[in-house]
Write a protein that binds this ligand. Structure first.
Ligand code: SF4
Length: 328
């Protein structure tokens, strides 16, 4: 369904969309980089309002969020389109093209959420949620009016402008933000975007909501220990309690590099742990992904892929009373 844009300026002979840092110039029939926003009959519109391509009930650990409502499930939905063009995209069928969709109005979505047992709320994921901004904003506002305890999660690339981000954050309970690498070159060459807005999003979002970070370590591209340490240092300067997920890359879409070496990931984890209290590894079988108290080493949560066994119920270590960044 079509809906009017929320973040644009009429510049006379064109419309400037300023939802994300591409700041595209739109005109009649001409789309922006995301291929979702254009001008139709002189009205700036987005074409994916309420249109779902994917809906699943996932363990919240799969987002990945390890420190937010552990053990809960979450209704996970996505639409199509993206403002990046990562050559390794795991979801390129929906991010880079327009598959069939189903329209779901907000009341139906809320009724789905409340009828799922053990459900934390809703996660906007699979494709870039900020590309669905107009719908997500309306959904989030209505959900919070209905019941503040329904959690709203964004799994995002963080490439969004400050004003739209700040307007939606009051409704968001948790975010997993991709920090895809730590060089301008990587963001330009592999992702078709720039790193600065992503760093700014992480800084702003982590002041307002629960944030975890994911870095996909791609063989021979961003998997040096130095790059991961730079990421860990950047995050530690914000808050050393921000969980970092280092995820193993496998060949996908246009990226043909072989899978990332597990030893590189484990070495990067070891080094990142010198800066951050919680570093986890994704897409590698048999690794220790438990959560330990950063003060006394007590095992707070035992994890086996997505199944968990918590020894903590609040935000204090039961052994030494250290503050732990976990929300139940
Ligand atoms: S959302 Fe971003 S990519 Fe899409 S039209 Fe607006 S500025 Fe361009």
């Amino acid at each position: 369904m079509e809906e009017k844009l929320r973040f644009y300026k009429d510049e006379g002979n064109y419309i400037k969309c300023y939802l994300c840092r591409h700041n595209c110039s739109l005109s009649e029939g001409k789309f922006g980089v995301c291929k979702l926003r254009t001008v139709k009959n002189n009205i700036p519109i987005v074409i994916n309002y309420g249109e779902l391509t994917s809906a699943n009930v996932d363990p919240i650990e799969k987002k990945p969020l390890y420190h937010f409502k552990p053990g809960k499930d979450i209704l996970s939905v996505g639409t199509f389109g993206c403002n990046m063009s990562c050559s390794f995209c795991q979801n390129h069928e929906i991010s880079q093209s327009k598959p069939p969709t189903e329209f779901i109005d907000i009341d139906k979505l809320i009724s789905l959420i409340i009828n799922i047992p053990n459900n934390a709320g809703i996660a906007f994921t699979y494709n870039e949620p900020f590309m669905w901004y107009e719908y997500i904003f309306d959904v989030a506002k209505k959900i919070k009016e209905y019941d503040k305890n329904i959690s709203i999660v964004l799994v995002s690339n963080g490439f969004v402008n400050k004003e739209p981000l700040e307007q939606i954050l009051p409704y968001i309970d948790a975010m997993n933000i991709d920090l895809k690498g730590f060089t301008k070159k990587y963001y330009n060459k592999i992702c078709g975007a720039s790193i600065e807005p992503v760093l700014e999003t992480i800084k702003i979002a982590s002041k307002h909501t629960h944030v975890e970070i994911t870095t996909l370590m791609v063989n021979n591209e961003n998997d040096s220990v130095e790059e991961i340490v730079a990421i860990a240092e950047f995050l530690a300067n914000i808050d050393k309690n921000i969980p970092l997920h280092l995820s193993r890359y496998f060949p996908k879409y246009k990226m043909k590099n072989p899978p990332t070496l597990v030893e590189n990931i484990m070495r990067a984890k070891e080094e990142a742990q010198k800066y951050l209290n919680y570093v986890y590894v994704g897409n590698v079988a048999g690794v220790d992904n438990n959560t330990y108290c950063p003060n006394c080493g007590y095992n707070l949560i035992t994890r086996d892929i997505y199944s968990i066994n918590p020894n903590i119920r609040g935000d204090k270590c039961p052994n030494c009373k250290e503050y732990i960044n976990i929300i139940f």
